[in-house]
Design a binder for this molecule. Structure first.
Ligand code: SF4
Length: 365
């Protein structure tokens, strides 16, 4: 613990204040809290990465209704899993969840190894903090967590400078997280430290005046708690361009193709994409009977963590595809099949009914 900042309180006093606050103001009726099985805690923890509790709750309930057990999840087709994830984003989480369920079914007799952080961390998509949350909440064994909310609170309480994603800073925050973690009431403590960051020591505007730690918080003492944690050093995101073909048959159905299993939108269903109009024209000439091209719809940008994608939707109506293609489906927006959709595609499909197509042909090259 050589690189741990000086704690702002003894561990016992920190726990006492936090749990007293939690008993009164924490969240006690979240759907994954009863029953609090390792499987349900795990699914909730994966959904909660990058996503707020209020958004997650309806997704969690639908997911549990369809996949009540780890075995049900492991045995489901990937399309069913991605379909229930549509709209939550970060789809690698869903693919990893599905894969991890299959590994647990095979290697751990259908159970999550919920008493071992090391064993949990061998499963796809489970990092140290998620493993800690599963162990602490489902088995009650001592295990620390360090999700985004906990990082923010600890950084402010101890006025830790620098971006918390830096390995040295992350190590010092882990040391603090472990120092404060009690050996009793583990499930409550874990929920408490997450709730504290999510509802009181909030990203935008921490409620310092009613905070049980405001007499010892170093960021508050410095007068600028929002200055912590420091942001990741900025790099400019490159922009890539793509044309999305909105190919509709005479019944108004839209042609969708499945993305390769890994990589961008892996395993999700998407509109066919082209870098240039020339490639699109070749594809239409090869695969489509009587294409009738309309003016492109306005371009919009979808931002990923490492680049921006400028998307230009290109509507084309047609009689049918020539020949049989097995790599896609005709998607009926009025009777949609259960498929996982890439977010911009979902949004384009939902707007489809409102489009008035301009009959002016768009650029052909
Ligand atoms: S005093 Fe403010 S900044 Fe410090 S821990 Fe409490 S809410 Fe967060």
């Amino acid at each position: 613990m050589a690189d741990m900042p000086a704690p702002c309180l003894t561990a016992e006093e920190f726990q006492r204040r936090l749990l007293t606050w939690f008993d009164q103001y924490g969240r006690h009726d979240l759907p994954w809290q009863s029953p609090r099985s390792a499987y349900r805690v795990w699914v909730s923890e994966i959904m909660l990465q990058q996503t707020q509790v209020t958004t997650v709750i309806p997704y969690f309930k639908r997911f549990m209704a369809r996949f009540p057990t780890l075995e049900a999840l492991a045995n489901a087709p990937q399309d069913d899993v991605l379909h229930l994830w549509t709209g939550l984003g970060y789809y690698a989480r869903a693919r990893n969840l599905h894969k991890a369920a299959q590994v647990a079914l095979e290697d751990h007799d259908g159970e999550l190894p919920a008493d071992s952080i090391e064993a949990l961390m061998t499963l796809p998509g489970i990092g140290r903090s998620t493993a800690g949350a599963i162990v602490a909440q489902s088995s009650g064994q001592q295990a620390a967590i360090l999700d985004g909310n906990v990082k923010r609170s600890l950084t402010r309480l101890h006025a830790v400078s620098g971006w918390p994603g830096k390995p040295a800073i992350e190590r010092s925050l882990w040391a603090l997280a472990e120092y404060y973690t009690p050996d009793t009431r583990l499930a409550d403590y874990t929920q408490a430290i997450m709730d504290f960051g999510a509802t009181l020591c909030k990203r935008g505007k921490p409620d310092c005046l009613i905070c049980p730690f405001n007499d010892v918080c170093r960021a508050y003492a410095q007068g600028e708690p929002q200055r912590f944690p420091e942001s990741k050093p900025k790099k400019t995101l490159p922009t890539r361009e793509t044309i999305m073909l909105m190919l509709r048959d005479r019944q108004g159905r839209v042609w969708l193709e499945q993305r390769p299993p890994s990589g961008l939108w892996g395993g999700l269903w998407s509109l066919p994409q082209f870098e240039r109009h020339g490639e699109l024209n070749d594809w239409l000439a090869d695969h489509v009977v009587s294409p009738e091209r309309h003016a492109p719809l306005p371009s919009f940008t979808h931002t990923f963590s490492h680049f921006r994608l400028s998307i230009t939707p290109q509507p084309v109506n047609c009689d049918r595809l020539s020949g049989v293609r097995e790599d896609g489906v005709w998607y009926d927006v009025n009777d949609p099949p259960a498929l996982g959709l890439a977010a911009p595609v979902k949004s384009l499909l939902s707007q489809l009914a409102t489009f008035t197509l301009d009959p002016t042909p768009g650029p052909s090259r």
